[in-house]
Ligand binder design. Sequence first.
Ligand code: F6R
Length: 241
Amino acid sequence: MKIIKAKDYEDMSRKAANIISAQVIIKPNAVLGLATGSTPIGVYEQLIKWYQKGDLDFAEVCTINLDEYRGLKHSDNQSYWYFMQEHFWRHININPENVHVPDGSNLDPVKACKEYDEIIKHSGGIDLQLLGIGDDGHIGFNEPGEAFELETHCVDLTYTTIKANARFFAREEDVPKQAYTMGIKSIMQAKKILMVANGAGKADIVRRAFYGPVTPEVPASILQMHPDFTLVLDEAAAAAL
Ligand code: F6R
């Protein structure tokens, strides 16, 4: 596990974007595992800037997102597909056929998850997986207590997650109660994993996840076992280390 401390959010975003950018330069047809949430927005902004300067080319890149709310279509402005489109894809030269998010509009969880696992397999595997961390240690939508050996599956969101995500919706009642997520097994199969964390609110969970025991109660703690895991965090998130 490598820990890179950054001064602030901007510095964290630039350092993480540097790692992703190196991956794309070394392997132009890289498979990037991507995350939504507020933390990676600055990383996407930085990558867009480098693309606009002509330093990055996404023409052959393939992306595979971690998760999607069950019941939301791509066109729904609360869907993770929509989020990715707004914050990243529409600003770069990625081929629309190469971007993947679990199909939230498919209400059959078994089919939707199986199809997604096939997509991951056919991609040849994720070269670099970008992650954020939830206040309770979740990664993707793998909530505390979730088995480590799962691939894509449907989850019931915990109240903590519903409450945390309510900031993106008009009302808390509007937050979907279920999601499709890549499992811990799928995440751990990525060749490289890069996590970003910022702000004082993440300090305690970062300490528990990376300086505590590996346990399903703190899903992110399993990343301690990954052979190529890098955590980039700002001073506030590193305060309890
Ligand atoms: C998003 C995701 C989540 C977030 C986590 C942190 O695709 O998988 O695990 O990474 O909830 O969210 P933020 O960055 O908003 O604190």
